[in-house]
Design a protein around this ligand. Structure first.
Ligand code: GLU
Ligand code: ZN
Length: 290
């Protein structure tokens, strides 16, 4: 199989340290395999995004030596493909007029029965999940299984405000670019069964998954843009990349003199088996904002 990996940041702000670690992991996994590594900007939710973020993310990645193959893909240019995919799985979808607040975490199927009635007002589109379990053999976490009906429930693939949901866009794009390996933070593990349901309904076999532990601050909260983690410092690329390597349990190749050399060595020695368990990782204070 030809290896294709990707890094897919949402442009809600500049890269923070947590997303950099995920970027480094997916980059090294792809380079180790001699595969392609793509960059996709997930700009599907304008109200949550910052206009300067895509350019800044690109600048940060380049400054750190993380070079991608092919052109950068922006999801905002792919809306037609998402609608086409929606149409092709119509038999599994239904309009939902429930208000977000009225719905418990696992959707109880309220609107399913009204599938063939006109919704009469703004509606979201939900995917009716298959009545069975799905599983992956995660390269870091091992076997993960979810009962789609009991643990996931019918989920939104197009929002009431007309925006396509992340779950749909990710799967459609990953299929379009023949992504074979997904390496990302385990804060996205919850999304995986939803994406597996979509792969099944689109009749495509899913990729391999490696979910890496996300960094947490000292109180156990994940480092995220929302939590105002500091943007990654690109002024000393060697130090920043070594710190990510160390958090990923990899050799930091202290004797490399350039970022290119460091990343080449790190790619050849890359070993996902030594990525530490989530509980062992805690972001150094330097990466948190005050
Ligand atoms: N855009 C998502 C995020 O920033 C990541 C998508 C993915 O890797 O599947 O959290
Ligand atoms: Zn509903």
């Amino acid at each position: 199989m030809d290896y294709v990996g990707r890094f897919a940041p949402s442009p809600t702000g500049p890269l923070h340290y947590g997303s950099l670690v995920a970027a480094v992991a997916s980059f090294l996994d792809a380079r180790h395999a001699g595969g392609k590594w793509l960059l996709r900007i997930e700009d599907l939710d304008p109200p949550r995004e910052s206009i300067d973020a895509p350019r800044e993310i690109i600048r940060q990645l380049l400054a750190l030596g993380l070079h991608w193959d092919l052109e950068v893909l922006c999801q905002s240019s792919r809306l037609k493909s998402y609608d086409d995919a929606l149409e092709s799985i119509q038999t599994f979808t239904f309009p939902c007029t429930c208000s977000r607040k009225a719905v418990p975490d696992i959707y109880p199927g309220t609107c399913r029965l009204r599938k063939h009635l006109a919704p009469g007002g703004p509606y979201a589109v939900r995917l009716q999940v298959p009545r069975h379990s799905v599983s992956i053999n995660d390269r870091c976490l091992g076997l993960q299984t979810w009962d789609l009906e009991k643990e996931v429930g019918d989920f939104i693939i197009k929002r009431k405000d007309g925006l396509h949901a992340y779950q749909l866009a990710v799967v459609v794009d990953d299929i379009h670019y023949s992504v074979s390996h997904i390496v990302r933070g385990n804060d996205l593990l919850d999304s995986t069964p939803r994406q597996l349901a979509l792969y099944e309904q689109l009749e495509v076999s899913p990729p391999e998954y490696l979910h890496i532990p996300v960094l947490v601050d000292e109180s156990g909260n994940k480092l995220s843009k929302q939590a105002h983690a500091k943007p990654v410092d690109t002024s000393d690329a060697l130090t920043t990349i070594r710190s990510a390597l160390s958090d990923l349990g990899q050799n930091t190749h202290e004797y490399s003199l350039s970022i290119k050399e460091l990343l080449e060595k790190a790619a050849s020695s890359w070993n996902p088996a030594t990525i530490p368990n989530v509980h062992d990782i805690c972001a150094p204070n330097a990466y948190l904002s005050n």
